[in-house]
Design a protein around this ligand. Sequence first.
Ligand code: PLP
Length: 514
Amino acid sequence: MGSSEGAAAGAGAMARLPGIDRILRRPEVEECARAYGRALVLEAVRETVDGLRAALRDGADGGRPAALPADPDGAAAAAAIARVRAAAAPSLRPVLNLTGTVLHTNLGRAPLPECAVAAVAEAARSAVNLELDLATGKRGERDGHVEAWLARLTGAEAATVVNNNAAAVLLVLNTFALGREVPVSRGELVEIGGSFRIPDVMARAGCRLVEVGATNRTHLRDFERAVGERTGAIMTVHTSNYVVQGFTAAPDPAALAALARARGVPFLHDLGSGTLVELERFGLPHEPTAREALAAGADLVTFSGDKLLGGPQAGIVAGRAELVAEVRRNPMRRALRVDKLTLAALGALLPLHANPERLVREVPTLRWLARARPEIREVAERAAARLRGRLAGSAVEVVDCASRIGSGALPVDTRPSAGLAIRPSAAGAGAGADGRNAPPARSVEALAAAFRALPRPVVGRIRDGALVLDLRCLEREDDLVEALGPLLEAGSGGPDDGEGRPQTGSTGAPPGAR
Ligand SMILES: *Cc1c(COP(=O)(O)O)cnc(C)c1O
């Protein structure tokens, strides 16, 4: 019935469509251009007007012709400015990691302790003596800022730092075994997430992998047979993210070290997470420390800076001085070296590892790993009390869960934890296990997406139709309540009305935030 009527209204509105030049001359838009640059603002205004035109022509939602707002120019200017701000907002944002995986690679692994944050900020702001020996005025070595601490904490004679542990492994292999063979146990040909595979890294380092033994059992005699003229190094790799269980055998590292020494090749040990302290102190199972691996005879160990060390992304090579010197002379090191910010963070972090009490107080990763379930549950109870009845009818329940360390550290060990299970009103109750009856707007996926779209995104994981927030990495419930603010209805603890919808429209998040 109203189709010709609608078309007429559309044509009239089309004539009143805001003009690009007129919008650009508005004071608020000119101010925006001064802040963000003319080109970006022009692009945003064009896109806004194009969007309006398309809406008038094709109709807005439901096929009904869109109406122009009362003040078309003002509305278009505001929309364009919002677009510019969203485009200029940093894409990298702080999130709440409530996934239950403490060292989550996709979430940037270890947050730094405050002393390291301060050191990074200071180094970032200023020129620093990165490669200047202040005593002599001569050129210094950038590793010098952390080497003494690495030596003290591991018992190594020397150490060097590169971009990450993958780079450390690549660099040591390339230094000692370019064009040569490296025997590795078949049980240790590990793939870490994100396509780091020992066999592939070997190939890119220019080495030939020689697989030794069987998947479950490798013996010293297997290595003895494999080591020959062409061998460049013997390597052992921490099976970070899996375990070989049952009928297993691996040669004693000390015996492998003796074999390597007898044949005149270095014995390399990739520790992966590489802890510097006894994890038993934090109620965690034992992980071989860098000191133990070196004491057992490794000539060089390699490990990450942002796993159990709780520091910045970095790869550490520590061990015998003449071998570290050779690693430093490899031209590839220049491409893999770290900047002043990483060294500043490490320089502040490492001394904490000499004092376990301070370590567990100040390094977030270790503090979180050390938390026991009752403490986490208390935070969960307080958070639940403030969220119940305010999340569009979603049920909020305190649940027990199990956290993981993540990043391949102690893969089968979980830590008893607690958190919140949030079940969308209709989907949780009515839908079958396949969730097919769930209206899309209320699905648990939509709830998770709304949490991710918040100005400070909240990342949990979906389990059995609920969004589960493991609160191991949340120390103050205020942080969660604040982050969820834009989704919360007024009041607290009210009864579920069962009629609410997730309020995803008013988050203030930049459009397209995913
Ligand atoms: C994690 C890991 C690596 C890679 O370390 P990054 O710091 O992530 O580059 C290498 N080897 C092992 C055994 C690991 O666990």
